[in-house]
Design a protein around this ligand. Structure first.
Ligand SMILES: [Zn+2]
Length: 222
């Protein structure tokens, strides 16, 4: 991901003053502003120019008054793919749902719907990554039992699609799994689908590269 070349509002310019933690919903970022702010942070991360500092007492005082995240991230639980670090954002900026394989089950779907409907989030990112262990398990062990078997079954349809594609199975399965999760958000939630259709909300699917640190956008809805 690279930030757009065009300048936008002061709150999203390089070195921008961070949106106050006390920002009210009326001050919330729309989907374009949210994307720009996320990309700016990611660009800082890639250049080793991160600016986010540890949470201070004043921040915690603001947090106690409410939460106003500007984007929601549905990411893998992998320890190497931490959204706040990858996008250089503060505690309170991102509504993060993490689960192995960035799957969309009922809990993940409800969480993202809550962020959109009740927290006013206008940008959702499904963040998968290279060499995902959960996806790898789904390519190798389709008949596992128990909770991990559940996880593998959620990823299996993406793996099946990937088997028909040229190239490396795991790489293709990671991408297909990201695409599947993006579409499951709109297929499973009428309210999310409505907000995407009417242009209020954007959903991105992105793949994080472990070595380069880059998060490449694979698809966009809305
Ligand atoms: Zn993973």
């Amino acid at each position: 991901m690279r930030p757009p070349a065009t300048d936008r509002a002061d709150t999203t310019a390089p070195g921008y003053p961070a949106l106050p933690l006390s920002a009210t919903p009326a001050q919330r970022l729309d989907k374009e502003e949210a994307l720009f702010r996320l990309l700016e942070g990611h660009w800082r991360y890639l250049r080793n120019e991160t600016v986010v500092t540890p949470v201070e007492a004043s921040d915690r005082n603001a947090h106690a008054q409410g939460q106003y995240p500007f984007a929601a991230i549905l990411g893998c639980a992998d320890s190497r793919v931490s959204p706040e670090l990858i996008f250089d954002q503060r505690q309170g900026d991102l509504f993060v749902v993490r689960v192995a394989g960035n799957i969309v089950g009922d809990g993940e779907l409800a969480s993202i719907e809550y962020a959109v409907e009740h927290l006013g989030v206008r940008l959702v990112v499904v963040l998968g990554h290279e060499q995902c262990g959960a996806v790898k398990a789904a390519t190798e062990n389709a008949d596992l039992e128990g909770p991990i078997g559940y996880l593998v079954r959620q990823i299996a349809p993406a793996v099946e699609r990937a088997r028909s594609l040229p190239g490396v199975l795991l790489d293709n399965a990671v991408d297909e799994n990201i695409r599947r999760s993006v579409h499951r958000l709109t297929e499973g939630s009428r309210s999310i689908a409505h907000r995407v259709d009417c242009g209020d909300v954007r959903i991105l699917g992105a793949r994080y590269a472990l070595q380069s640190g880059d998060a490449e956008i694979l698809l966009t809805l809305g």
